[in-house]
Design a protein around this ligand. Structure first.
Ligand code: ZN
Length: 349
């Protein structure tokens, strides 16, 4: 009995009686019977007050979807996303002061992002001659990506959805049209958007298949869907997959993909993949090292060496860690064409 794997991993943990979990009875991408191949057990290592439960990770043998089985129930979202959750504060950086509006790390990150979009993605995004370009960013946070898009395509109408009210208040400054709530619940016009954009969101959602279907429904006839998400076809996944891989971001990443999984999804929804590129997310290496360090030496030392949350707030320590892992990932990408995140563009057929 497979359910016993979760019970087996948590048999001495009394939290198991009150924490609600959900079992997918078939693979959400290809419908194969779950669970498939057992990979390992993952648990929270970044935050202190979420849950100490261990979640088994499985991989679908048919479409290669990697998933938690069981995953936390939606009713536990408040438990696993604490008020100081990093992405609620990420684009805001640490509390702003006059002298610290934008850190050096953040400036570099913005510059690299803009450069990537200009060189790699502009060829797929065509400005319509007779009207504005309509862009939607799902999980827009404080509007950083929308600001970038607006810089690249000044004649555009930018829309953003997010579940964080405070972040949306900050995004208002950019002049974007904003919607508060879960993307799945927000009412948006079908066939309207030329670009639907989603960075590191799909791995968090309850039903990634329904998520993709809704994204495709929102596209105009020549519109594109751009998704960025962790990539299990990477060297660090292979090394740390039994439990310490930073891309698990446990227990908040419920479904993890590679290009094969997306090919299955595209086929199911009559869409095609027109662009695929692996790219690096240095912070996953930092989280992998943090998880190992915590297991070996305890949380205090791990937090000092590889800060899991404040890594985003800038400073010399963050700069050294992120630069080191970025260079490492660049070398791996150059040698093997593999990286721990991927960027995919889908189009309706
Ligand atoms: Zn599957």
């Amino acid at each position: 009995m497979v359910k016993n794997k979760y019970l087996e991993l948590n048999q001495r943990n009394s939290e198991i009686n009150k924490f609600k979990v959900h079992y997918d009875y078939s693979c959400v991408i290809c419908n194969a019977k779950t669970p498939s191949q057992f990979i390992g057990g993952v648990s929270e290592h970044e935050y202190s007050q979420t849950t100490s439960l261990i979640f088994p990770v499985y991989r679908c043998c048919t479409c290669q979807l990697t998933y938690l089985y069981p995953r936390p129930d939606v009713s536990e979202l408040k438990t696993i996303y604490p008020p100081d959750y990093y992405s609620y504060n990420l684009s805001m950086n640490k509390p702003e002061t006059e002298s610290n509006k934008r850190s050096f790390v953040k400036t570099i990150w913005f510059w690299m992002n803009l450069r990537t979009y200009r060189t790699k993605l502009s060829p797929f995004i065509k400005q319509p001659a007779e009207r504005t370009l309509k862009i939607l960013d799902i999980g827009c946070g404080t509007g950083a990506q929308l600001d970038n898009m607006k810089k690249l395509f000044p004649y555009s109408e930018t829309h953003g959805v997010d579940i964080n009210k405070l972040a949306l208040e900050k995004a208002e400054k950019g002049g974007h049209k904003l919607y508060y709530g879960r993307f799945e619940d927000v009412n948006l016009p079908c066939g309207y958007f030329d670009v639907v954009h989603s960075t590191h969101v799909i791995e968090h959602v309850e039903r990634p298949d329904i998520f993709v279907q809704k994204c495709l429904d929102l596209l105009s006839p020549n519109g594109i869907l751009l998704i960025e998400t962790p990539n299990t076809n990477s060297l660090d996944y292979k090394i740390f997959k039994k439990g310490h891989w930073g891309g698990y971001h446990a227990p908040r990443h419920w479904y993890l993909f590679n290009i094969e999984t997306f090919r299955n999804l595209a086929k199911r929804f009559n869409a095609q993949i027109i662009y695929y590129a692996p790219y690096n997310t240095a912070v996953f290496w930092n989280w992998s090292c943090h998880s190992i360090c915590k297991a070996l030496f305890g949380k205090k030392i791990a937090d000092r060496l590889f800060p899991p949350i404040t890594i985003f707030y800038g400073g010399l320590h963050s700069f050294i860690i992120l630069s080191f892992f970025s260079i490492l990932e660049r070398i791996i990408l150059g040698l093997f064409n593999k990286a721990n995140s991927m960027r995919i563009i889908l189009k309706k057929i």
